[in-house]
Design a protein around this ligand. Structure first.
Ligand code: NAD
Length: 427
């Protein structure tokens, strides 16, 4: 969906709203509503056909007040500085709301890995580290995979970093493959974390998850694992959408009796694109991309991109929807929040709902530092504890103050970051 929304303006609008509500001091507002540090650079890459291409890249640190900047590195043809700024800011609130000792950062490379060979991708990853080496470090800024980047990309980056630094620094990058410094449970972490929050929310609202239905936008890492756990807990996924690069269009796949998640996983490619023909032969209805949003379900999981639910398309959201769980970053625009709040829909805000990934990234750093790795059960148990503790604080504040869940989450996060800034004596 083409969008005129600027994610950084959205992130600032959300911040300003809560800064007003909590009467945040002027000096803190000025400091916290923009990134502390930005690096914009170009990466020259030799392509397989002998030509060279130059890729634009960004690494942006919004805040290091509570710890090293932490955040993913997106590979996307439409990446912009403002998208990365917004995402770096949301990372600050994310690490703060789940109370892990990290700050917020984000990176992006304007590229489309789907059209690049593996060796071209490797040269791009190594080039990224060579250009941004001074800004990175286990105690400074720690990237991780995000949209269209993966564990292999991280390992090439780690190798380049360690080659330049002449030593082993496994904590400089997270999301590494298991066996090469990665944590078990990281693959599941973000999607599972979203469902832990939804499960807690439903329990608090006396809704049985087994009685609920859901529609999911996006079937990549986050969408797939959210769908898996939600189904394992007894929920019924009615439809899932994904983007088809060949058609340059998105499609919704619907089965009213409930999607079989394993089956859908078996017919998707590495970029989360579900095969249309195979899905139809398995009995799925093929609908336009935006159809996922108007399904008559209890829960909507936007798990693809930002700016997907706006005042323009909110009118098609069914009156039966009770929960919108922001699995993606920034899928709901700020001007749509009042409409969601007015309808009484519970919104699980992105920086709380999808904080599972960064939480297990933090666990990965701990395990790398100890050089001792936990079992998947141990990781997921610690993740569940961290997510539930964060949710409980946000939910209670929202009830006490009678505020929207997003605002309650912001109140807690901004307060923690502001305290760290003041205690350090920066302001
Ligand atoms: P991914 O690249 O693995 O998957 C993206 C999915 O979205 C794919 O299935 C793709 O086909 C689909 N998609 C893209 N555009 C679409 C459209 N217009 N309509 C329908 N489907 C579309 O990415 P991911 O890692 O699953 O991340 C998804 C979102 O979650 C992003 O906003 C990302 O920033 C956020 N997020 C990811 C993590 C993580 O650990 N991976 C952590 C926190 C937040």
């Amino acid at each position: 969906m083409a969008s005129t929304y600027n994610p950084f303006e959205n992130a600032q609008a959300q911040f300003d709203k809560v800064a007003d509500m909590i009467q945040l001091e002027q000096d803190s507002r000025e400091f916290l509503r923009q990134p502390m540090r930005e690096l914009h650079f170009m990466i020259p890459v030799k392509m397989d056909d002998g030509t060279s291409k130059t890729f634009r890249a960004y690494r942006i640190q919004h805040s290091t007040a509570r710890g090293p900047a932490k955040g993913g590195l997106r590979f996307h043809p439409h990446e912009t500085a403002d998208t990365v700024r917004a995402l770096s800011m949301w990372m600050t609130w994310k690490t703060a709301v789940v109370d892990i000792p990290l700050g917020g950062g984000k990176g992006g490379i304007v590229c489309d890995p789907r059209t690049m060979s593996l060796s071209e991708q490797e040269r791009l990853c190594r080039g990224f580290v060579r250009q941004s080496f001074d800004l990175l470090g286990p105690n400074v800024d720690v990237p991780a995979p995000d949209v269209m980047s993966n564990g292999q990309h991280m390992l090439w980056m780690l190798d380049e970093y360690e080659t330049i630094a002449r030593g082993h620094y496994p904590g400089v990058i997270t999301g590494k493959p298991v066996g090469s410094g990665g944590s078990l449970g990281r693959t599941e972490a973000t999607g599972y974390g979203v469902v832990y929050i939804v499960d807690d929310l439903l329990k608090n609202e006396d809704i049985d998850i087994k009685e609920t239905t859901a529609s999911i936008q996006g079937f990549g890492n986050v969408g797939e694992y959210a769908a898996r756990l939600y189904s394992d807990l007894g929920g019924t996924v009615i439809s899932v959408s994904s983007y088809d690069l060949a058609d340059k269009a998105s499609y919704t796949f619907r089965k009213k009796t409930g999607c079989n998640i394993e089956e859908l996983v078996s017919i998707k490619d590495n970029f989360g694109c579900i095969d249309k023909e195979k899905a139809q032969s398995l009995g799925y209805e093929l609908l336009p991309g935006e159809a996922w949003l108007s399904e008559d379900v209890d829960i909507l999981f936007p798990a693809a991109l930002e700016n997907q639910i706006t005042p323009e398309n909110f009118s098609c959201v069914s009156g039966n929807v009770k929960v919108i769980a922001e699995a993606a970053n920034g899928p709901v625009t700020p001007d749509c929040d009042p409409l969601i709040e007015k309808r009484g829909i519970h919104l699980a805000p992105d920086f709380l709902a999808n904080a599972g990934g960064v939480t297990v990234s933090y666990f990965e750093q701990i395990q790398c530092n100890m050089n001792y790795f936990w079992s998947k059960e141990e990781v997921l148990e610690k993740l569940r504890y961290t997510m539930s503790k964060a949710f409980s604080g946000v939910y209670q504040l929202s009830k006490e103050r009678g505020v929207y869940l997003r605002d309650a989450a912001y109140m807690i996060a901004i307060d923690r970051v502001n305290k760290a800034v003041k205690q350090r004596g920066w302001l």
